[in-house]
Write a protein that binds this ligand. Structure first.
Ligand code: SF4
Length: 690
């Protein structure tokens, strides 16, 4: 039986493992990792290994369907693609004529591969409102780094001698990276892990700083104090390339390590030990994650404080430090430049009205991609200000992503028109007017760039389930019915690839000669210390310890530490004495995905709440007792899991558990004032026996 090549795109774009697929008569029989693929070298995680069950899951959407009667009534009628596109085009045109194109929101959830095309559709239609799940994932750290340095770099792992891993658990979130980290540890790389939990990765660290949720800024300032007082910072770099060092120095002088210990719960001696190891080992690098440091309502400035560390220690844009490479395509940096921004039509945005959330989160909106801040969708729907929203065109949208998920659902239900394209018939699809069946990576063509300087353009390797189509085809179908077919390459994916890849000299025809992918020919080599030639891309052309942009927007220019809201004496401390830490995911799921796949679902039985045995004992709780997890907003039924991996006073729950939606517990407006990120990881709660 021939082996066909493709890749798994179930999880985040930095993974995406090469797959060898056995296919018979157009049906996927089994999968294995591709041994020669640079991303995964033959391995697959539990999700990828379950690909056959994923593709043929019972709840696949097979046909376009329209809901007759009331939303949620399950009165679905199968329609043709032609009819679906006609309905969408005519409803969107009517809404544009009546309210303006900006009243349509185009939303992208998971996966991410079609985002440039969906943004092109939004902007070509006339709406600035391309919104994505990045409104709660990765964008806040990105913007925090951008206002500080203008750009940021990933850790140069093969060369680093000390890795400061700040709230990152790649064993659960990035399987391909996790293996490499263990290899580097074996060759002698030191690991400092910062994590409120004893995660699978923190367990492997040389030093684990187990801080209270939301106190990252205090820990960072404690470490900076040690670095400055013990002369472990890079004085020449600081003098020549930073602004605001004196203010920072004066600030930490006022703080004590006793204060840092009291705030974070991390013993002073450990803060000193970690700062000395990070500050004296050259080169050292900082590895952060998509959101844990910023899922707090003081998270943006906390993250700003910790990203000062690479610059202060001379580890920014140097070999083995945080090495800046320009991204080439959908958050990856393959070294093969693309026309992604041009394809997204972002230059037309200046002629369109402001995006959702731009009035409340101007710094985030200015520096992120550009997109609308999705957290503001329900508020703008309800207020109609600065203009009304009337239509929601989703791709992989999941309403449970929002804090106060019921609030978003109720808001969406008041809109005139709701569409979701998805692989599965999710509970978000249930209340749409129209659902469209999207194809998996096995059933479509996809262009992929890997950081390992590798490219792949896949072809469908199996027959599509039902009438499912590639997201690209769906976008182009809508565009064609809106009279914009030519702008969308008349639906020819290879023509779109040709336009995207033109700057690197690749064509779709050439890439299709390498079904298993190909190393990038002459990848860009941006070199180190780029700021020495051009300055930093910030207003001062320097690393901005004190940020010009934040100051102008009315925020603290220096990342002054503000304690998490749960420490505020007025925050119901006696009724809700515990700290709820959520928003992280289990390795066999990716957010709300894979719960419908038997192999993955079989690895989890009940919705578990991790709690320290001391807190359980105070409440008379035992292992596996059913309890109510409660906040002032709502309560959910979960099972107590007694574990020392969480600190006393802190409870932890993984998110996106279908039968226990932890996001219901969070107020929709519990948001960081700069980024709009929800405080998923630090809010007051109580646990009571059922
Ligand atoms: S889900 Fe697993 S197999 Fe698939 S890309 Fe992610 S890490 Fe690889």
């Amino acid at each position: 039986m021939p082996i066909l090549k493709t890749f798994c795109s179930i999880c985040n774009p930095h993974s995406h493992c090469g797959i060898n697929a056995r296919v018979e008569h157009g049906e996927l029989l089994s999968v294995e990792g591709t041994p020669e693929h640079p991303a995964n070298q033959g391995t697959l995680c539990s999700k990828g290994a379950a690909s056959r069950q994923y593709v043929y899951a019972k709840n696949r959407i097979k046909y376009p369907m329209i809901q007759r009667g009331e939303r949620g009534s399950k009165n679905w009628k199968r329609i043709s693609w032609e009819e679906a596109f006609s309905v969408i085009a005519s409803r969107l045109t009517g809404i544009r004529n009546q309210y303006g194109a900006e009243s349509a929101v185009f939303f992208a959830g998971y996966p991410k591969w079609y985002r440039p095309f969906l943004q092109r559709l939004a902007i070509a239609f006339g709406s600035p409102n391309f919104c994505t799940e990045s409104s709660t994932c990765n964008s806040s750290p990105t913007v925090a780094a951008k206002v500080t340095y203008g750009y940021f770099g990933a850790p140069d792992l093969p060369r680093t001698r000390c890795l400061l891993a700040w709230s990152s658990n790649p064993f659960y979130t990035n399987a391909t990276l996790a293996r490499h980290l263990l290899d580097h540890k074996e060759r002698g790389m030191k690991i400092i892990a910062v994590d409120p939990r004893v995660s699978a990765f923190a367990e492997k660290a040389d030093i684990h700083l187990q801080l209270r949720p939301g106190t990252d800024g205090a820990l960072a300032m404690g470490m900076i104090k040690v670095l400055i007082e013990e002369g472990l910072y890079d004085r020449p770099f600081v003098e020549q390339w930073t602004v605001g060092f004196d203010e920072l120095s004066n600030y930490v002088e006022e703080l004590s390590l006793e204060w840092a210990e009291a705030m974070t719960g991390v013993p002073m001696a450990k803060i000193e030990e970690a700062a000395r190891l990070y500050g004296s080992t050259k080169p050292a690098s900082l590895m952060t994650s998509a959101s844990p440091t910023t899922h707090h309502i003081n998270g943006f400035q906390n993250h700003r404080a910790l990203v000062l560390l690479p610059g202060l220690t001379g580890n920014f844009d140097v070999p083995g430090g945080n090495y800046v490479e320009p991204h080439t395509y959908i958050h990856n940096w393959s070294g093969a430049p693309t026309n992604e921004e041009k394809v997204r039509l972002v230059d037309r945005l200046k002629d369109l009205p402001p995006r959702v959330g731009e009035d409340r989160f101007p710094v985030w909106c200015r520096y992120y991609d550009p997109e609308g801040q999705s957290m503001m969708i329900p508020f703008q729907i309800r207020s109609g200000k600065p203009y009304p929203l009337k239509a929601f065109i989703g791709f992989g949208a999941n309403y449970r992503m929002w804090p106060g998920s019921d609030f978003l659902k109720e808001s969406l239900l008041s809109l005139d028109f709701l569409v979701n394209a998805d692989i599965f018939f999710t509970d978000t699809c249930q209340f749409m007017d129209l659902v469209l069946p999207a194809a998996t990576s096995f059933e479509r063509s996809e262009l992929k760039h890997w950081n390992s300087k590798y490219l792949m353009l896949t072809s469908p390797i199996i027959k599509p389930v039902g009438e499912s189509r590639s997201d690209f085809d769906i976008v182009c179908g809508i565009a064609k019915h809106l009279g914009m077919g030519e702008l969308f390459w008349n639906g020819d994916f290879d023509a779109a690839v040709d336009e995207l890849m033109a700057p690197s000299g690749y064509t779709a025809k050439e890439l299709r000669k390498y079904p298993a992918g190909t190393p990038v020919r002459n990848p860009l080599k941006p070199g180190y210390k780029k700021y020495e030639k051009t300055g930093f891309p910030t207003p001062s052309r320097k690393m901005e310890i004190t940020s010009t942009v934040l100051k102008e927007a009315g925020f603290d220019a220096l990342p002054l530490y503000r304690a998490p809201q749960y420490l505020d004496p007025s925050s119901n401390a006696s009724s809700f004495p515990l700290i709820l830490n959520t928003g992280s995911r289990l390795p066999m799921f990716i957010h709300s995905e894979m719960h419908n796949v038997p192999w993955c679902q079989g690895l989890r039985k009940d919705p578990l709440l991790d709690m320290n045995p001391a807190d359980a004992s105070d409440r008379g709780l035992g292992q596996d007792d059913w309890v109510w997890l409660e906040t002032p907003r709502a309560k959910i039924r979960v099972k107590a899991n007694l574990t020392e991996t969480v600190l006393p006073g802190v409870v932890h729950m993984f998110h996106s558990i279908p039968e226990a939606d932890v996001n219901l517990l969070i107020e929709p407006d519990y948001l960081d004032p700069i980024s709009g990120f929800p405080g998923f990881k630090s809010l007051r709660c109580q646990v009571r026996k059922e």
